[in-house]
Design a binder for this molecule. Structure first.
Ligand code: VGL
Ligand code: ZN
Length: 201
């Protein structure tokens, strides 16, 4: 068992990010069994869930004439337009059916405001609206995080970089993550995480 200053953060292991889902990440389901095996080693366990209203502005369907995976400009900066995914209450927003969520102490949902996306488990994409996770972890005495999940280059990356900026010691277990890899986004993410002081294991 790891000491109680260490937490595992299991990011967005949801049906829509697994093969057959609306925003499928290649091999997304391969990480489920090894994550289930790793979670019980930790005394503090947090899972996240991408959780969007059906008219969320990160969806290409909300922008007349826009294709999924194109870019748009939001008040907070550039934003990828995604296929509709992880719609609140939908089957696709559920955790992968073999992910053992009984082991989660805390499940945090993000991306529920129509006007703003949230890749990071700590701040929405404006980089200032907090999700509350920092306070949760700090009030439990956590200063060290291990991150696994989907997708390496989006939600894992943003969560890891934000956590490092907040002063947590962060390790991302690459073999327990899978990437979307849009136009070099995986390489950019790995460089960004390394620059932020995140350990890629
Ligand atoms: C994610 C794109 C859109 C992720 C979430 O979990 O990495 N990516 N929403
Ligand atoms: Zn999303």
């Amino acid at each position: 068992m790891r000491p109680l200053n260490e937490a595992i953060l299991v990011i967005d292991v949801q049906k829509d990010f697994c093969p057959g889902g609306a925003l499928a990440v290649e091999g997304g389901d391969e990480i489920v069994a090894p994550i289930n095996a790793m979670v019980p080693e930790f005394g503090v366990r947090v899972f996240t869930q991408d959780w969007h209203p059906s008219d969320h502005l990160s969806f290409a369907s909300q922008h007349e004439g826009s294709e999924p995976f194109s870019m748009t400009e939001m008040p907070y900066g550039p934003q990828v337009l995604w296929p509709d995914h992880c719609v609140i209450g939908s089957e696709g927003a559920c955790f992968h059916r073999r992910l053992d969520t009984r082991k989660a102490d805390m499940i945090i949902r993000k991306g529920f405001r129509r006007e703003i996306d949230s890749y990071s488990a700590f701040f929405e994409n404006d980089h200032e609206t907090p999700t509350g996770l920092e306070g949760y972890l700090k009030s439990r005495g956590v200063d060290t995080l291990t991150m696994v999940g989907l997708a390496t280059d989006y939600c894992v990356n943003y969560s890891a970089v934000d956590a490092a900026k907040l002063g947590f010691k962060v390790t991302v277990i690459e073999s327990l993550c899978r990437a979307i890899d849009l136009q070099g986004s995986l390489k950019a993410a790995k460089d960004g995480m390394a620059d932020a002081g995140v350990t890629l294991a």
